[in-house]
Design a protein around this ligand. Structure first.
Ligand code: ADP
Length: 161
């Protein structure tokens, strides 16, 4: 049975990310969540902070391993002898970018396949950027992220930090 990789920025992890990973586990026996270390991307949380939050989110799911990776995702697939990528598809806005990524990855590694999963309806418009904006403006992010992520967001946006 195949291992699937679930790459993302996870800045920070939300219930939408978790929903997709849990769905992936219904299809694949093992999922590796890959926290992308991309210095060009301006993230709120460092890669290690993001890694720690993703680990905590999946600590009750032994079939989900969590790693960080700084290179091309196809090289990460090769290193783990894997070929399946999991991506979440929300409303139409994700489609163009995700299609482009899937075809590019297949050009780089012909054996790679991208499996798109859709989240539960309540998470269809949820993304990390929105969560960060709400937290920055002292809004309540409880419906969107686990409690420990909410705490980290509060700390990040504390005056003086
Ligand atoms: P990236 O920068 O690679 O897009 P993200 O952390 O934003 O990283 O997202 C990782 C994956 O999780 C993407 O496939 C994204 O579409 C998916 N995702 C994020 N939020 C949701 C959500 N609310 N519902 C479904 N999929 C989601």
């Amino acid at each position: 049975m195949k291992t699937a990789m679930y790459p993302g920025t996870f800045d920070p992890i939300t219930f939408g990310h978790i929903d997709i990973a849990v769905r992936a586990l219904q299809i694949f026996p093992r999922v590796i969540a890959v926290v992308a270390e991309n210095p060009a991307k301006n993230t709120l949380f460092s890669v290690d902070e993001r890694l720690e939050m993703v680990r905590e989110a999946f600590e009750d799911k032994p079939c989900i391993e969590v790693i960080k990776y700084s290179g091309l995702i196809v090289n990460c697939l090769r290193e783990h002898n894997a070929s399946v990528l999991i991506r979440g598809l929300r409303a139409l806005s994700d489609f163009e970018y995700e299609f482009q990524m899937a075809f590019t990855n297949r050009t780089l590694l012909s054996s790679s396949e991208t499996v798109f999963l859709t989240p539960s309806a309540e998470y269809i418009y949820l993304n990390s950027t929105m969560v960060k904006q709400i937290a920055k403006l002292n809004g309540n992010v409880t419906p969107f992220v686990p409690g420990f992520v909410k705490q980290k967001l509060i700390e990040k946006f504390k005056p003086g930090n």
